[in-house]
Design a protein around this ligand. Sequence first.
Ligand SMILES: Nc1nc2c(ncn2[C@@H]2O[C@H](COP(=O)(O)OP(=O)(O)OP(=O)(O)O)[C@@H](O)[C@H]2O)c(=O)[nH]1
Length: 355
Amino acid sequence: MAANVKIPVIILSGFLGSGKTSLLTRALKQPQLANSAIIVNEFGRMGLDHHLLSRVEERTLLVGGGCVCCSMREDLVNACMELLEDMQRGAKPRVDRIIVETTGLADPSPIWFTVLRHPVLQHHFHVESVLVTVDAVNGMLHLDSHDESIKQISAADRVIVTKTDIADGEEIERLRRRIGQLNPAAEVELTDSEDTKSARFFADNPDSVRSPRTRCAMAAADGGREGRSAEDGRNGSGGHTDATHSVSIRFDRPLDWHAFGLWLSMLLHARGTDILRVKGLLDLGGEGPVSLNGVQHIIHPPEHLDGWPDGRRTSTIVFIMKKVQPQQVTSSLLAFQHMLGAVPYVLETDLQFPY
Ligand SMILES: Nc1nc2c(ncn2[C@@H]2O[C@H](COP(=O)(O)OP(=O)(O)OP(=O)(O)O)[C@@H](O)[C@H]2O)c(=O)[nH]1
């Protein structure tokens, strides 16, 4: 098997009963997903009929400092290693992707961490996207009452609102807005039980690098906040210190990578468990952007991309945080601006702190 091309892993998460299995079952009927390996977390569940289906019991091994997001999922390691060995000795054909369906209460970050940091898996697999289902009828309630739901949405590249056939339009719009506030970097899509094209969520790379920019551009067009320096907002007080907040930040010039890397390491070292997601495109002065993708204090190796997705050359970073105020991030960046070589400004935030 071609060892140098990593097999994409797609994580399918979403709160209890939000429609993960229904979505996946429908998607697997389409030929695009024929050559996929599926790993689900629960024993004894019926309904998925697939030749490569593997059911595993969720087992997490705490590694490093004992932090949950930096734990290895032993179940996933075993399932992937088994598949890898089978493919390497020719007992199974090489699969096009692995889809991991989590339990409804799972935090997707240990799965991410496992694929990224396991000494063998990291050379053969990469996490292509995190899909999260949200129930159009109950999603708002789940978000209000369950931290797990918020964590899942924060980790998502693509949020799929299910059950739109039984929810009213206004309800769906409210939910979309809430998801957009929680994770401005995620694409939000709708589905229902009659959707016969749901393989698109798994087989198309959501081009995660484009989404923060697209959303930011939309926010700028509609909110008119673009161009205001973060300095203007540094003394604002947003309250809600325990809540989850997001902020999208842009820079006026290319960034110094070493200085930015140092700043980010310091932030993650100090507040890693509260930084649920960092995602963006950086202008480091090279031809194309460098994509940045992190979940809690795990940062995916940055990737150089060939071109700017929407032709606009600028750094945009989205932070989704718990117990950290957007202005704490911006003030810290401002304090670092001379080393960074660029001035940050707030493009969009869910908090109305004074600009
Ligand atoms: N009307 C409607 N019902 C749906 C839709 N998606 C799922 N359901 C129903 O919602 C219920 C839960 O769906 P599942 O697919 O089992 O949800 P899940 O997220 O896999 O559930 P857990 O594994 O328990 O977390 C089932 O009764 C489904 O038939 C949808 O788009 N429309």
